[in-house]
Design a protein around this ligand. Structure first.
Ligand code: BDR
Ligand code: CA
Length: 315
């Protein structure tokens, strides 16, 4: 069977990093490129983190620096969740693979147009790069099989009452993506706040016993502290859901809706609004992921981490 060609696009970020742990471990996926975007931290920091994570995991696909800032919105960073570096916690290797000197959207267009099969994009940060790709290279749209993203939520927000961080960061970019006609899978807070990893899980994760497992456990030990202070029962490990919704749909509950992005709204800018009752009379444009089997999520992480048995890099 042919592997699925995929693009990883994120603002790592602990949970972006764990999403990439899953992606690299899955033999059915062929990672064709990785791009950074400004979000959790500045583009310099997320790019450096992207390169260190790829080195840790042995992802040697081309890596590029993406958008420096949202299309029009003011940038916001999430140091409270991810620390000053954007990936605080355990020591990491220095980048071993080069950074391509080409704009991220141009590399995305090249990878997609040269692919024999439709490409799946996994955005786990603000949608700036993907929106710019669609605006600058609209000809590649037909060859994007699906955009499976972490962002939004149909009932509530996290950074704002109605807006989740990735969509709030760049609502205009999100609008462009949701209006593109490309099939979208949206892993919003509806599911990702149920994708909790708790302190009880950490010994089992570390117990896998390889370098990747040790570092993932260390990331979680850092990443759970802030959410615990604000009332979560562990770390909501959001971003891997975007990958797993494609590779392991059986652990999720999903439903198709028409979803649009609120661009105005004194209190609701950046909200992902689902037309539950069909009042807008529009065809569904989004598969909304609503629930996850949390126990199976942890089991899948353990299984993915075993893919790194025998792989170790110098730190
Ligand atoms: C999203 O925001 C970021 O902090 C996480 O990496 C995730 O992509 C959750 O709102
Ligand atoms: Ca992210």
């Amino acid at each position: 069977m042919n592997k699925i060609p995929v693009i990883l696009d994120g603002d790592p970020g602990h949970d972006d990093a764990i999403a990439w742990v899953f992606a690299k471990a899955d033999p059915r996926l062929d990672i064709r490129m990785v791009s950074s975007v400004a979000g959790n931290q500045t583009i310099e920091k997320t790019t450096y983190n992207m390169r260190r994570i790829c080195t840790l995991l042995g992802i040697d696909a081309p890596q590029v620096r993406g958008a420096v800032r949202p299309v029009t919105a003011d940038p916001v960073t999430a140091g409270n969740w991810h620390g000053e570096s954007g990936l605080d916690g355990p020591a990491m290797p220095e980048p071993a693979y080069p950074l391509e000197e080409i704009p991220a959207v141009d590399l995305m267009a090249k990878v997609i147009s040269e692919s024999e099969e439709p490409v799946i994009i996994f955005p786990t940060g603000p949608l700036t790069n993907v929106a710019e790709l669609l605006m600058i290279h609209p000809e590649v749209k037909e060859k994007i099989g699906r955009i499976s993203l972490m962002g939004g939520g149909v009932t509530h927000g996290n950074w704002k009452p109605a807006a989740e961080f990735n969509i709030m960061e760049d609502p205009e970019a999100a609008w462009t993506v949701f209006h593109s006609g490309i099939p979208i899978t949206m892993c919003g807070l509806d599911v990702t706040e149920k994708a909790i990893m708790q302190p009880d899980d950490f010994p089992r994760i570390r117990g896998v016993g390889n370098q990747a497992a040790e570092i993932v456990a260390g990331w979680l030990e850092f990443f759970y502290r802030y959410p615990m202070q604000i009332g979560y029962t562990g770390a909501p490990v959001h971003d891997p859901c975007a990958v797993l919704a494609v590779t392991h749909p059986e652990i999720f509950t999903m439903k198709d809706y028409y979803v649009d992005i609120e661009l105005g709204g004194e209190y609701t800018r950046g909200a992902t609004v689902a037309d539950f009752k069909g009042g807008l009379g529009k065809e569904p444009n989004t598969t909304v992921v609503l629930d996850i089997d949390r126990e199976k999520y942890i089991d899948l992480l353990i299984e993915a981490l075993h893919a790194y048995d025998g792989w170790e890099v110098a730190i």
